[in-house]
Design a protein around this ligand. Sequence first.
Ligand SMILES: Cc1cc2nc3c(=O)[nH]c(=O)nc-3n(C[C@H](O)[C@H](O)[C@H](O)COP(=O)(O)O)c2cc1C
Length: 186
Amino acid sequence: MTRQFHHEIIEPIQNRWSPRAFSTQAVNDQDILALMEAARYAPSCFNEQPWRFIIARQADTLEKARGALTDKNRRWADKAPVLIVVLARKNFEKNNEPNRWHTFDAGTAWGFLALEAQQRGLITHAMGGFSPEAVHKAFSVNDEYTIVTIIAVGYMGDSDELPEDLREKERPGTRKSLTELVLAGL
Ligand SMILES: Cc1cc2nc3c(=O)[nH]c(=O)nc-3n(C[C@H](O)[C@H](O)[C@H](O)COP(=O)(O)O)c2cc1C
């Protein structure tokens, strides 16, 4: 099923989705830097920029990041050549008070990263299915941070290589209607 756009929007948003069929093709340094740059320019509360990233793309760090994923996610995400752990600093740096928006802001940064990736011909897939404790241990993450998500980054592979149940799901996600999403004002 193809997506239905009722209103014109920019192409990277139209074309982005979350495939599971990754190829093992490596992502070059320039692309990785551009993804970080896109995330860097996300807006944030008080311009605090609470997002932090751990990029796993060498054998040892990839093994650690993969080890934190649920088995369900490992079935497809083990192929991805890059896994990015997204962290968010819990407290404001300026006064050490809790930052209620830290994960919201990290989410915005992930959105920017995903759209930059899309524009570059890369695919991304965010995962909530992982063990924060395992990430904490594997990368010695300080308690100052919430471990928000792990993102798979790479190139589209062959969907025929996915397990059958996942092959059936290998298509862009549908969306609720605007009337469901906008509670008032339209
Ligand atoms: C925070 C977050 C957590 C997610 N966790 C998982 C996950 O653990 N496993 C998975 O296969 N997909 C995961 N997804 C992908 C979503 O299922 C997907 O984005 C959604 O179905 C919409 O589809 P689309 O991205 O193709 O538009 C996650 C996405 C986000 C943003």
